[in-house]
Design a binder for this molecule. Structure first.
Ligand SMILES: [Zn+2]
Ligand SMILES: [Zn+2]
Length: 321
């Protein structure tokens, strides 16, 4: 967990407020619009991931524990009544930025998946009859205390009646090898957070079962500037309070280029402008959302003695007192 605090330049155990603040700062610093370098592409992913994990929105990836044990790969998926079971699906989370959702994109998703071992064809090694149970899979013991015969599963073969004569070295008798594969996932504009896409019969191979599916769950990351509500986008635009008093023609950044509009004299704080169809377009239903721009006064943290003087004079004038 500490690793994620470090990515955001924080001490372990920092508060949610501190995490949010650090993320906002770094997300702006490494945002591809502001920083087109290759380093920024990697950094922004790291920063977003650390934020999501520390805020509890996403689980930290768990390190895969390699299975070196000598186990029976058929245990879980033994053929029951002639039906082949399907392996459990592989669940993958696809992180998308609001820009990805706005523009649509193709994402290369790289993942690890189990594939049937080519050396042993998924068997796990060569097999022989279990000598402990003579292939029956159970033991028959006299239990004198209870005065009866007790049948119990053979521990040596786990009830299978067979044991490995020689383990497959390629897959350590797992029957499968873990390998890296990738898929180009087409992201249509307007795709929704938490929606799922299925990639049928491309998931894990499990000995004795049909190949599983892959489920991709869309995770739209928080954005330092925009928030997404359905297809509508929201952003705050900081404007000098003087411009709000006197009015001004301004230009605002949107995901679709800059847009001009007029601040009328006497504009109040939190006045919201609606820019029609400047939100996200959903390609599947052919509908576009709007962009809501909230005007927020920009208050300088430091001012010069001259500015102080001007404002002091203004403070005592009728309309400002
Ligand atoms: Zn093998
Ligand atoms: Zn046995």
């Amino acid at each position: 967990m500490n690793k994620y605090y470090e990515i955001l330049g924080l001490k372990p155990g920092a508060s949610e407020e501190e995490i949010k603040k650090a993320w906002k700062k770094m997300a702006l610093q490494w945002h591809p619009d502001r920083n087109p370098s290759e380093e920024a592409k990697v950094k922004i992913q790291e920063v977003n991931e650390a934020y999501e994990i520390l805020m509890g929105k996403k689980q930290a990836p768990r390190e895969e524990i390699p299975n070196h044990g000598f186990r029976n790969p058929f245990d879980q998926f033994r053929n029951r009544g002639g039906f082949r079971m399907k392996a459990r699906p592989l669940n993958l989370v696809v992180d998308l930025t609001i820009e990805d959702v706005f523009n649509g994109t193709t994402k290369k998703i790289i993942y690890n998946v189990n594939r049937t071992c080519g050396t042993c064809n998924g068997v796990g090694g060569t097999k022989k009859v279990c000598t402990v149970c003579s292939g029956r899979g159970f033991k028959n013991e006299n239990n004198f205390a209870m005065g009866m015969n007790v049948f119990s599963m053979c521990n040596s073969c786990g009830g299978a009646g067979q044991i490995f004569a020689e383990a497959c070295k390629t897959c350590s008798s797992n029957g499968v090898v873990n390998q890296t594969e990738s898929v180009d996932l087409k992201i249509t504009r307007g795709i929704t957070h938490a929606s799922k896409m299925v990639y049928t019969n491309s998931g894990n191979d499990v000995p004795g079962a049909n190949r599983g599916d892959i489920f991709f769950t869309i995770n739209v990351l928080e954005h330092p500037i925009y928030t997404l509500e359905g297809l509508n986008l929201h952003k705050d635009e900081e404007i000098s309070f003087i411009d709000m008093v006197l009015g001004k023609n301004i230009e605002v950044d949107t995901l679709d280029g800059r847009v001009k509009f007029t601040i009328q004299p006497g504009c109040e704080a939190n006045t919201t402008f609606r820019l029609t169809k400047k939100g996200v377009t959903d390609d599947e239903i052919g509908v576009s959302g709007d962009l809501y721009v909230k005007i927020v006064p920009k208050i300088p943290k430091e001012i010069t003695p001259e500015e102080t003087q001007i404002l002091e004079n203004l403070r005592s004038s009728t309309n400002f007192s």
